[in-house]
Design a protein around this ligand. Structure first.
Ligand code: GLN
Length: 293
């Protein structure tokens, strides 16, 4: 093969970017970098310093296999088996939702609430529907006095969450329990904070969604009845029974249901200081409420 046709890192990145663009990827360059970094076991940031380096056949075959899966429509997080959240790397499999940046708001707000406490005071957190464990693990990592109970209806999701707790060395402060919402929590348990990013997409929103999300991500993590609010409603109705007095509830939802969720929170009579937070796109994305005294 002549030099002009040699597959260098640079040429592979350029070719793959164009190829993935032609397959409809909106983040083709980033995805090409992530997959080539993965195949070469090299952080993507270093690829540019190694632009002229020739990639050997074995590594190129490995890369080609990843690109093939991505080009067939599999989300890049499932192709790689990892995704980033809060600048931390998490294991993800098709049994869990791919972390979304919006969910970082729940973590940031929870950490802010904990900051108001004396640093030596232990705090207890309940993460309902932990999925890959991003919320539970990130909070445990950032708040060394926190102990977390993380629940999910899916045993397979919990297995992924456990791996992530180990990966970030917080296993000894996170307990995992399988069950539907509060069924997994022993009665009488009381928490300082309950946080959840539950399934909240209405079946009627299916047609508006990216087809790859519907095809690849777990439906149990995505959809809820009653136009998306069924699970949110159950959490709002039950959470107060598991909160210490003065404890806080944080819930993520779709901007489409924000007003209804706030109204339900109001109507339960269980909460005060109910507020709605916005995501980076300035859309209503989460609720914070304090258990009424
Ligand atoms: N808690 C996980 C997340 O925020 C899973 C959410 C879900 O599966 N609905 O990504």
């Amino acid at each position: 093969m002549s030099t002009a046709e040699t597959w260098t890192i640079g040429r592979l990145l350029n070719w793959t970017t164009e190829y993935l663009e032609s397959k409809g990827s909106e983040e083709a360059r980033l995805e090409a970098q992530l997959m080539l970094g993965h195949a070469l076991e090299c952080p993507k940031i270093q690829l540019y310093a190694r632009f002229e380096e020739v990639v050997d056949d074995g590594k190129r075959a490995k890369f080609r296999e990843l690109v093939k899966q991505r080009a067939a429509g599999k989300p890049v997080a499932y192709v790689l088996g990892t995704s980033e959240f809060y600048s931390m790397e998490f294991v993800v499999t098709p049994d869990v939702l791919i972390p979304r940046p919006e969910t970082e708001h729940l973590v940031i707000e929870t950490l802010d609430l904990l900051k108001g406490r004396s640093t030596n005071e232990p705090v207890s957190i309940l993460d309902i529907g932990t999925g890959s464990g991003i919320i539970a693990v990130t909070i445990a990592k950032q708040a060394p006095k926190a102990s977390v109970l993380a629940t999910d209806i899916s045993e397979k999701a919990l297995a992924v969450a456990k791996q992530n707790a180990e990966k970030h060395s917080v296993s000894e402060r996170i307990e995992f329990a399988a069950g539907d919402l509060f069924d997994a929590v022993s009665s009488g348990s009381q928490f300082d904070v309950i946080v959840s990013n539950p399934p909240y997409i209405a079946q009627s929103e299916r047609t508006l969604m990216d087809a790859h999300v519907i095809e690849h991500e777990p439906h149990v993590a995505l959809f809820a009845e009653e136009e998306g609010i069924a699970v949110l409603r159950r959490i709002l109705e039950q959470a107060a029974g598991y909160l210490k007095s003065g404890g806080w509830l944080l819930l993520e939802f779709s901007p489409m249901v924000a007003k209804r969720v706030a109204k339900i929170a109001e109507e339960t009579g269980f909460y005060e200081r109910i507020s709605i937070g916005k995501d980076l796109a300035k859309l209503d994305r989460y609720l914070i409420a304090k258990k009424a005294a």
